[in-house]
Design a protein around this ligand. Structure first.
Ligand SMILES: Nc1nc2c(ncn2[C@@H]2O[C@H](COP(=O)(O)OP(=O)(O)OP(=O)(O)O)[C@@H](O)[C@H]2O)c(=O)[nH]1
Length: 257
């Protein structure tokens, strides 16, 4: 993990592109104003259950806030895994498999625990006023997610950069943002964008850049079985999108050894 300060970092002011950057950021802000959590499907909230107003998990699933906790899902999930074992021709009552449905249910809840987190709670107000307007990069953040097409893992590393505009974010919070959105059923492209938009929402910087390098087990263990293939996705917002030098500096810092 690193924070990089480089005297040659460019800002939107230096390159006279502030208006263009602002337009880009404004479009992203318009997008944010529609949704409570970045990337959350814009479905109408149906529940008024007190205490669950910010519950993106139930929002995502369009449930009416029942059951009240994710743990309450375990019995039904366990029953589903038991059926699955039977479908595989296994005997779910044999000694080695007796607790497997419940273990599998708990594991799946862990793999998708991001549904139960929201940005505000995770940030915990660790946003600091700071007169620092040069690039901050945290690179090689480990990421584990679940492919929404095959329900198998994809994993890799995430690098995040932003150009502060009066506020900086606690460094660990960048990694926590990765956890919120990776611990869900995902596609890599959406994950990349959600992370970038969350950083934008948190500190309203002059720009955000996110790059993810992922290995998809659905392409490794099955299907096309290409064990060395890697998928690289990026999202560039604000000055990172508009200014080539800024983008190049980020890529050098994020991808360089
Ligand atoms: N764009 C994108 N595609 C993904 C991601 N994860 C998995 N996929 C792809 O989703 C596609 C699903 O294709 P289908 O043809 O419906 O499913 P399939 O028969 O299992 O496909 P194969 O994997 O080619 O065997 C595959 O091409 C996967 O590689 C992701 O994060 N982003």
């Amino acid at each position: 993990m690193m924070t990089s300060t480089n005297g040659s970092a460019c800002t939107s002011n230096q390159h006279g592109k502030k208006n263009k950057c602002n337009q880009m950021l404004q479009r992203t802000w318009d997008y944010l104003e529609d949704g409570e959590a970045p990337g959350t499907p814009r479905t109408p909230r149906t529940s008024t259950t007190p205490g669950h107003e910010k519950c993106t998990f139930h929002h995502d699933l369009e449930l009416d806030h029942k059951p009240p906790t994710r743990e309450a899902l375990i019995p039904e999930m366990s029953r589903s895994y038991r059926l699955l074992l039977g479908s595989l021709g296994e005997n779910p009552d044999r000694q080695g498999l007796l607790k497997t449905p419940e273990r599998a249910a708990k594991a799946m809840l862990f793999f998708t625990k991001g549904y139960d987190q929201n940005l505000e709670e995770v940030l915990n107000d660790a946003i600091f006023d700071e007169d620092h307007d040069e690039m901050v990069v945290v690179k090689d953040i480990e990421m584990f997610s679940m492919c929404e097409h095959h329900l198998v893992p994809f994993y890799g590393k995430v690098s995040i950069g932003y150009l502060p505009s009066g506020k900086v974010l606690g460094l660990s919070k960048l990694a926590r943002i990765v956890e919120i959105f990776s611990r869900r059923l995902q596609v890599q492209e959406r994950l990349t964008k959600q992370i970038a938009v969350a950083v934008l929402k948190a500190v309203q910087p002059n720009g955000v850049a996110v790059i993810i390098e992922g290995t998809h087990m659905c392409m490794v263990m099955r299907g096309v079985q290409k064990i060395n293939s890697k998928t690289v996705t990026s999202t560039m917002l604000g000055v990172f999108r508009d200014d080539q030098r800024t983008r190049e500096e980020f890529l050098k810092l994020a991808l360089g050894n």
